[in-house]
Design a protein around this ligand. Sequence first.
Ligand code: CAA
Length: 246
Amino acid sequence: MTSRVALVTGGTGGIGTSIVKKLADMGCKVATNYRNEEKTRAWQEELKKDGYDVYIAKGDVSNPEECEAMIKDIETNLGPIDILVNNAGITRDATFHKMQATQWTDVINTNLNSCFNMTRPIIEGMRERKWGRIIQIASINGQKGQYGQANYAAAKAGMHGFTISLAQENAKFGITVNTVSPGYIGTDMVMAVPEDVRNKIIAQIPTGRLGSPEEIAYAVGFFIPDEASWITGANLSANGGQYMGW
Ligand code: CAA
């Protein structure tokens, strides 16, 4: 594959780190964003020990101005962005009748509005260059809903609505737009779910285990090569068989 420039938001997280490594293994120059510089520099050093040279740029995905500055920084230093993975995400779980307005807006801003903030400044360049890959990391819970996650499920379902509209608008420009919907993966986010609740969830997964971040990175990598250029607007479930709907 020609060397492409890839930006993975939330690249320092559990799934994010695996996606960063996967895209680097595929020959891409990879960048991610940060909010906490010290923590991210330490992460960058760790990856360097394994031979991964990842560019980092400051910016909170929920803030449009910071996204524009982050993208400018990356494009100045690495070149035009060819691959965008909208991966950054948070949870603020609560049953809806107890949910505070900030729990709603924080999740919608970080998980869904980030797709606008990040994609809008990048897409025009992709259209001009007639090649692009935009991948949303949504969730099984955006497909099936989840007790305690009205905010998160709304954002994640919204991400796929975004995918299928952008896929139609940009198909003629060599840009594919797809969603990967991970199930429960053994990351800090899932390990933060109370143990008894988590064990009940694992009991519902046909594979009988949590997924690994590498299994999600594999699904992301699937959409990148030129051989995948006919696949756009797809929602690829990677959930151990826990949900087999759309
Ligand atoms: N189905 C039916 N009832 C459920 C339920 C479920 N799935 N989960 C909880 N309940 C019930 C409890 O049994 C309890 O019932 P009783 O009152 O009759 O005893 C009641 O709901 C508790 O409700 P509360 O409003 O008091 O809830 P809480 O304050 O104790 O906490 C919660 C609820 C925060 C939602 C907690 O259950 C929880 O953390 N659930 C896990 C949510 C989850 O799956 N998050 C995923 C995070 S990881 C992720 O998001 C990554 C990804 O993409 C997959």
